[in-house]
Design a protein around this ligand. Structure first.
Ligand SMILES: Cc1cc2nc3c(=O)[nH]c(=O)nc-3n(C[C@H](O)[C@H](O)[C@H](O)COP(=O)(O)OP(=O)(O)OC[C@H]3O[C@@H](n4cnc5c(N)ncnc54)[C@H](O)[C@@H]3O)c2cc1C
Length: 296
């Protein structure tokens, strides 16, 4: 393992300046659960690690009561999301995902920002955020910008971030009324293992009917980046959502997934499982919508 200097800026501006000063010899580190593994394995050898943990911009998870917009600090840990009442009660799709990331020890330090920037096809945090139509707020030497998550990933390990840019926040628009969400990480074990597949469904029903007002079907480990199954979404839009239509949507999602063979699962099996879990997560969304309505 190479030696590196560990820098601890306290503001976004000083972190960006340090990155500019050291160029590609420097790298940001948040929780370090990806960075340190790569350093130890010799995949990367930065001379400077610029820590984002001391930046005093807060680590909040906030719902704007007026606009209904959810705002999550990129520096929030998975454990903070898991322990948040707001996330557990109103964003079960995200709760399902974060509570199974790694172990408690990993979740205590690993951040949602690091999960997204790492940009692996299996990133558990990214799939529900994609389903929530989230965008990321980015800060760099040229100022702030916002990019929809759907346009953020460019390939495995690749994002639209320019050198030195920092993801500061993830924001998701207000949920429609009558919305339910669910996420399944499918693997031989639910934790401490790379999944065979990740499936997230966010479903909103029309007022007084069982018809689909909006749906997002998002898949992990089904393509080089987290993806939306847009044909399956289009199929469900406006239709009555039941076992039969969800089964059909699952078949369409399976067809449009770009799964491939790997040591964790062969492509045909993964494709079958896309169909199975799209249907199951859709049914769970319906259950969760009903449960919520009963409590109101
Ligand atoms: C044992 C173990 C189990 C794991 N299990 C899972 C799992 O079940 N599911 C899963 O999805 N992941 C898993 N991971 C991967 C990892 O924990 C997550 O991806 C985590 O969210 C990364 O966050 P971090 O803060 O540790 O990122 P870091 O390692 O600090 O950084 C990751 C990358 O993002 C960059 N970066 C970090 N934050 C920012 C930011 N705000 N702006 C710009 N760049 C930034 C860093 O420069 C680096 O390139 C596991 C890892 C380990 C070691």
């Amino acid at each position: 393992m190479n030696s590196y200097e560990y820098l601890t800026p306290e503001t976004l501006d000083s972190a960006v300046s340090l990155h500019q000063a050291h160029g590609d010899r420097a790298m940001y580190i948040a929780g370090g659960t990806d960075v340190m593994v790569k350093i130890k394995s010799g995949k990367i050898a930065p001379d400077y690690l610029i820590s984002l943990r001391h930046i005093n911009s807060g680590k909040e998870i906030v719902l704007n009561r007026e606009t209904g917009e959810l705002s999550i600090s990129a520096f929030a840990t998975h454990r903070m999301l898991e322990k948040s009442q707001l996330i557990r009660l109103h964003y079960p799709i995200l709760y399902d995902a974060v509570r199974n990331i790694g172990s408690v020890q990993i979740r205590n330090v690993a951040t949602i920002g690091g999960n997204i920037v790492n940009a692996v096809p299996s990133a558990d945090g990214a799939i529900p955020l994609l389903a929530l139509d989230a965008a990321v707020e980015i800060y760099g030497s040229k100022g702030k910008r916002r990019v929809d998550l759907v346009h953020f990933f460019e390939g495995p390990g690749q994002t639209v971030l320019e050198p030195g840019e920092i993801v500061t926040k993830i924001v998701a628009p207000a949920l429609l009324p009558r919305t339910g969400g669910a996420y399944k990480k499918f693997g031989r074990r639910e934790a401490m293992e790379l999944p065979i597949l990740g499936v997230g469904v966010l479903l909103s029903l029309k007022k007084d009917s069982g018809k689909c007002a909006r749906v997002r079907i998002c898949l992990g480990v089904a393509a080089p980046t987290p993806m939306r199954a847009v044909e399956a979404e289009r199929f469900l839009q406006g239709k009555k959502v039941d076992e039969e239509t969800l089964h059909r949507a699952g078949e369409i999602a399976a067809r449009e997934s770009r799964v491939r063979d790997s040591v964790r699962g062969v492509a045909w099996y993964r494709r079958e499982m896309v169909g199975v879990f799209v249907r199951r997560m859709g049914l769970l969304c319906l259950e969760r919508i009903k449960e919520k309505e009963m409590l109101q």
